[in-house]
Design a protein around this ligand. Sequence first.
Ligand code: ATP
Length: 803
Amino acid sequence: MKKRKASSEIKGGEVRSKRSRSKDSEDEDARSEKYSVARKFTGSCYRSSLALWRLEEGRAVGTRSSYQAATLRLNKEDGELTIVSFDDDAIPPYAILSHTWGADEEEVTFADLKKGEGKNKPGYEKIRFCREQAQHDGLQYFWINTCCINKANKAELAFAIRSMFRWYRNAVRCYVYLSDVSNDAIGSSEAVESLHWKTAFCNSRWFTYGWTLQELLAPPLVEFFSKDGEKLGIPDSALQGASLFDFDVNEQISWNEHRTTKIPVDRAYSLMGILGVSLSPFDDESPAEALKRLTDEVDKQNKCLQDLRPSNPRDDKKRIEETKGGLLEDAYCWVLGNASFQQWRNDANSHLLWVKGDPGKGKTMLLCGIINELQKAAGNTVTISYFFCQATDSRINSATAVLRGLLYMFMNQQPSLVSHVRKKHDHAGKSLFEDANAWAALTEIFVDVLRDPRLSTTYLVIDALDECVTDLPKLLEFVAKQSSTSSRVKWIVSSRNWPDIEEQLEQAGHKVRLSLELNAESLSAAVGVFIQHKVSQLAQQKKYDKQTQDALFARLTSSADGTFLWVALVCQDLEKTARRNALKKLDSFPPGLDALYERMIQQISVSDDAELCKQVLALDTLVYRPITLGELVALAKSLGDIANETDLRDIIGFCRSFLTLREDTVYFVHQSAKDFLFLKASNQVFLNGAEEVHRVIFINSLAILSRTLHRDMYRLKALGSPVENVKPPDTDPLAVSRYPCVYWIDHLLKSSTNGVGNLQTISVVNEFLRKKFLYWLEGLSLCKSIPKGILSMAKLQSFVQVC
Ligand SMILES: Nc1ncnc2c1ncn2[C@@H]1O[C@H](COP(=O)(O)OP(=O)(O)OP(=O)(O)O)[C@@H](O)[C@H]1O
């Protein structure tokens, strides 16, 4: 194999590769060498990505390992520049310079500084500018690509190219030095002056360079300066805010379309950081090949992220806030001044905050507010990963789902961390996150991420631990252990006052507890704000007079007992009550959440549709995920006389104190409503026991599946079509079969007392499997639920064996 000879240097954001490799060298060769370089990096890049040297006037001192970039420090005492080394996880705040390069001989290089030379070069002006600006901004450290990378060291150079986006992103400030924009017009009228620099600004070379795009996009704060060091008035807000993940890949690539790089292929490489992927430059690669390699890598990365996330926690947060009626800042901001919260936030030794309280006390909304506040305070200089468990949604009610969601959010904010997931995902694919070993794999990845020095200060938030239905003990053990290990990571979890949770979180060191019951005064004031908001909303909507408003306010205040949900449920009921009956109705709401639910079930019990309502409530309480109206109609067929969706909508309307419809899917208004029915009203809802309802769902499921499953349901024709590429037909033949397909075995197992089935049941199952087994597998695959199906089959096998 030929030895590859390549050298490159970074130029004003340009990577210049002096490629001396013969044309006929094979890719294989390049790849193998590239990987050997890449392997060398892994050792070092985790240890120290931004190493610093010490420089004194004209002379460098100190030690420095290979391929570490240098950052300059201004000595306060003598005003001299020093270069100092830091480990990656201990880098102090620094400024970074973005600029375009002048001629080679004009720039001050790393070698110049090492020899104590370069002060007479024109490029020293930038160093002087950056030093003064950083000093002005109270920053002792700054980084400039001309002189902080030893370009003679290939490994260091390649490492720098791959790390550049991160270095720009982690800088506290980025100064864009426009050497072709001057303030000559100063002294002219304000309008002329403004017009002058704005024209020069728009025409600046800086905007046409490929590499400067990432220098514009990555940093949290970008400021523009003329060559005279005058700050130009570009509003910071225009350059801040949206995460690059919010943009489509093609759109991001198009941003670079009109930019140039000295070496054409570098236009593709300059997109690496922006697109969040890492490639080592190949010799003799054409721009088209590089772009193809880049987009292939982005595709792999996207596939990995798609497989990783059970749902997007950011969307879940938005949905939860919306369905709970919108987040009121004044109803959660009390927590910011709370002593326990402040201790957790400010004390470096407090790593875990446990927010605990009874149902409906506002924990979920409080955590939504805390996330917003942390984001506001820290911007994108910290990583905030959060997850909202919801027992009613099987995608987000397990310990593995929590880790997947948190990891997904990490990757979203720090794409370089994806490498930890890719290591395993590239081999195993999606099953990595779903098979029997998923927990082991995910915890391993998670620990690697938490140990990665590139991870910035991090907040991890998990809401509603009590709604983690599968493997909660494992999750608690993991949280307790991990929250005690890393000082850069702070955790917040919330749950109801469950002794099991308390017991396991007890194991965590450095924890702080925030009990809502023990903060009754603050909570009561917050509920007061909420009541005020709800009363004025209702008054507007129902046109209440002053007397009704006052009576409503007084009644809600006296009975709420610090429970937001009680207020929300009463107001929801009043929305459906005629204005003239409001005061009368008001007196009928008992204080306390359970009493309120009890009254609501009583009301349903005396209505004309009592039986149907209870059957729907019973069925909805026992299904494993929220089901659509269509699925409900199909599953409820033999429960009563519900003939169609319109009837069903009416029934759900009667059950509105417990159920709500969103985009044709039936949800519980709140987890506590479902818990109440299951735990405290089971004798009213499950007239013949919960097993009987499970049995009906199981029987109906098999009937639906026997009717709808057949060969090639989506008419794919070709065998082996990847399920990711399959789109359901307009009229989906599986529309009502999805739920039964995935969950029929769960209902079968729950329909028998002590897990033992009778012979009649076994023969029904036998008949179904004999006739439909392969079609069922096809259905599971189209529902993307093969892993769940396999686990269910194992359970079925054990069940059949004991019969
Ligand atoms: N800050 C807030 N802004 C607006 N509404 C709020 C706020 N806090 C609570 N609420 C209202 O109170 C209801 C209950 O709040 P939330 O769901 O957060 O309680 P919880 O303590 O998480 O309950 P559970 O433990 O039973 O899940 C919400 O549906 C919402 O209507």
